[in-house]
Design a binder for this molecule. Structure first.
Ligand SMILES: [Zn+2]
Ligand SMILES: [Zn+2]
Ligand SMILES: [Zn+2]
Length: 150
């Protein structure tokens, strides 16, 4: 009973890190870091796997093979329905779930799709060089395009 309680609390802590920014996906080490060493890496990994099984989170693998975890919306245990776009910011290295209509490309004869996962790279709203939304007010400030957040 006691152990059960502690498990629930640990799970809740991991879930909370994801709930902070619901559309942003986190990688494993990112979550471990955010928990500030309160939960060890292996436990976090196991909890995340459990969340995926329960339909709470989904896994995203980017073009470099790095895995991210993000919250699901309408998924249930054993059934995921996450056919949405994922966007990776090349500047701050965050991955976001994007709810936008996506269209299945026309496939050559003989191919039948059963799912689709789309990965887009670019700049997120936080990192986008402010050229389109330029306002006269900020004319005095020099725009640095090479500025990095980290
Ligand atoms: Zn899902
Ligand atoms: Zn960014
Ligand atoms: Zn997603």
């Amino acid at each position: 009973m006691e152990k059960q309680k502690r498990n629930t609390k640990t799970k809740q802590m991991v879930l909370d890190t994801l709930l902070n920014e619901p559309v942003t996906a986190r990688c494993h080490s990112d979550i471990v870091q955010q928990l500030d060493g309160k939960i060890d890496r292996v436990t976090v990994y196991r909890i995340l796997q459990g969340f995926c099984d329960d339909g709470l989170t989904h896994k995203i693998t980017d073009d470099t093979g790095k895995t991210y975890y993000a919250l699901c919306r309408d998924c249930s245990a054993g059934h995921h329905d996450d056919d949405h776009i994922h966007f990776r910011c090349v500047n701050c290295d965050t991955v976001s779930c994007i709810k936008a209509p996506q269209q299945m490309p026309r496939l050559p004869r003989g191919y039948r799709a059963s799912g689709m996962s789309c990965f887009i790279s670019g700049y997120c709203p936080n990192c986008l060089p402010p050229e389109r939304n330029k306002r006269p007010k900020s004319a005095g400030a020099k725009v640095k395009l090479t500025g990095r957040k980290k």
